[in-house]
Design a protein around this ligand. Structure first.
Ligand SMILES: *Cc1c(COP(=O)(O)O)cnc(C)c1O
Length: 334
């Protein structure tokens, strides 16, 4: 039978990540919760300046920037953006100057910590968003200034989520399918979802890998309501399918986004987020961050405790990274 992922191999890719990432059991957390058997896919260990899910996306995005003849990249995110940090590190690794448009803070921290510290160390140029302006406006200004200075900027979208970026997660699902021969299949995959590229790639990859039809892919939203996120994931997955020349199209009914754990919104740390960070650290020595992976884990913990999966069911938590931001949340975590 021909390899359903063959089209992926024909597309440009720059190797940036340590792959495959390990899949490990979480016996003490599973026993503590007393329900499903939990495992973790360590995508926090992709290796690039502390790693995370954006490194997989950047393997395809940086290749596009190079193909376009760019000499610098621009991307955007929150001050503690893991995506901006990994883009900056990828730029350093391949020799592309990185310009980060970061959401202006009420007051700039006196000393850069967490992701912001790493951004500085890897030599990124930081541009705070213009007063009250959306990212796109500041990105346009920075791009214009760079062009006026004779440079050739390439814009990498927010979260690295476009048809190219999500291919990193199509590749990740291919990698999982290979590992599943050893560790077995799972009844559900659970992960944090926000700009949607990770989920779109996993959904498309699950189709290509022909995962068992009853295997659930559950995105725990950390930022948006399902009503907004589901159509975004569908559009991204379809754009990815088109790039790969696949006639398959995603169905909104088959895309699972759980938005019950948003609390007060993106990056507003609540008690459940906090507890998930502490539980993973104390029971497994596993670091999750309160914005993404801690919130997704809080959702998973709640689903397990509600008996959503049933005893003995196997659940894989995709750890998408974020621990580099922990220092910036010390005051709300301790
Ligand atoms: C960006 C990010 C996510 C969400 O991935 P999307 O592709 O934007 O949905 C999850 N976890 C961490 C740690 C991230 O930095």
């Amino acid at each position: 039978m021909s390899d359903p992922f063959a089209a992926l191999d024909a597309l440009l890719r720059v190797r940036l990540a340590h792959l495959p990432t390990p899949i490990e059991p979480l016996p003490r957390l599973s026993a503590h919760l007393g329900g499903a058997e939990l495992w973790v896919k360590r995508d926090d260990q992709t290796g690039l300046a502390t790693g995370g899910n954006k490194t997989r996306k950047l393997e395809y995005l940086i290749a596009q920037a190079q193909q376009a003849g760019a000499d610098c990249v621009i991307t955007a995110g929150a001050a503690q953006s893991n995506h901006a940090r990994q883009t900056a590190a990828a730029g350093a690794k391949v020799g592309l100057e990185a310009h980060l448009v970061l959401h202006a803070l009420p007051s700039e921290p006196p000393v850069p910590i967490g992701n912001l510290l790493i951004d500085r160390l890897v030599g990124a140029v930081i541009h705070w968003t213009d007063e009250g302006a959306p990212y796109a406006q500041t990105i346009a200004r920075v791009a214009e200034e760079l062009r006026a200075a004779g440079k050739r900027p390439y814009v990498i979208p927010y979260g690295g989520s476009n048809a190219w970026g999500l291919l990193g997660y199509v590749q990740a699902m291919r990698e999982f399918a290979e590992q599943a021969r050893e560790v077995g299949h799972f009844d559900a995959h659970v992960f944090a979802t926000s700009s949607g590229g990770t989920q779109a790639g996993l959904v498309l990859g699950a189709h290509l890998a022909a995962l068992p039809a009853d295997c659930a892919l559950i995105g725990i939203s950390v930022s948006d309501v399902a009503e907004e996120l589901v159509p975004r994931v569908v559009a991204l997955a379809n754009a990815g399918a088109e790039l790969l020349g696949s006639p398959w199209r995603a169905r909104a009914e088959a895309v699972q986004v759980n938005d019950r754990y948003l609390g007060e919104g993106y990056a507003v740390v609540n008690e459940a987020d906090r507890e998930a960070v502490h539980l993973a650290a104390r029971l497994e020595g596993l670091l999750v961050d309160p914005v993404y992976t801690g919130r997704a884990l809080a959702g998973l913990i709640d689903l397990v405790q509600r008996g959503e999966f049933g005893r003995g069911k196997r659940v894989l938590f995709w750890h998408t990274g974020g621990a580099a931001a922990l220092a910036a949340f010390a005051d709300v975590l301790l």
